[in-house]
Ligand binder design. Sequence first.
Ligand SMILES: N[C@@H](CCC(=O)N[C@@H](CS)C(=O)NCC(=O)O)C(=O)O
Length: 262
Amino acid sequence: MKLYHAGVSTCSQKVRLVLAEKSLDYDSEFVDLQRGGQFAPDYLRKNAAGVVPTLEDNGLTLVESTLINEYLDDAYPEVPLRPEDPGLRHQMRLWCKTIDELHPHCGVQTYAIGARPGLLARPAAEVAKLVAAIPDPARRALRRSVIDDGVAAPAFVDAYVAHDRFFADVDTALHDSDWLAGDSFSLADAALLPYVLRVDHLGLIALFENRSSLMSWYQRICARPSYEVAVASLLPDAVVSAFRAAGAAVADDVAELVAPKS
Ligand SMILES: N[C@@H](CCC(=O)N[C@@H](CS)C(=O)NCC(=O)O)C(=O)O
């Protein structure tokens, strides 16, 4: 099994969490997203969208993190990570779908805050080339906008509001249950963790600090051995520090932008 992935990538983290929960070994190939490794012709032949992760297994090339995780649970069922009950399984899949829909909003927050200072410090032509290589025109335009305008980009407040609504729903769901779908950790919990971690690193703590059930879940999941193996140990300290510093630098702007208007 070979995984093409990146340490800080949310979608890679959620696949690695599942691999770790299942104690599955894999060959690791890091794709350098900030240097355009995802747009190399060889990689684009595996993943036409130019994104990570991609998993190769048994002669198959698998893309889309949610579907990769479903594949892993089908192919390696010894440690099952989906509820058996059809209703709970639907609930689990609905969370995964909702998280996939949140993903572009997470990208907006990440680039508008965390990745932006590093990109602005590079030669403009180099960054323009990186953006121009994004295959999808809508994603390309969005990336340009958040790099240029940061939290002032039109998409930023929408992204924040989408996270706020989503975390409110998650918090409510976790009032009566330790995990998102039934009594056990499932693919839905693996899918959620990277997004909570990201808002934490970006300093957007107003999104979850008063949501006590979500906070307890966050502590619970970070205490699992898979978190250390699949997420913490592969997150460069320099990136986390840069994200935290960038978050602190725009905290006042964000508070003003998202404050309820009278
Ligand atoms: N729907 C895809 C999304 C993958 C995705 O957006 N990956 C990000 C990292 S989390 C990426 O590779 N970004 C590179 C880029 O946008 O240039 C999945 O779930 O696998």
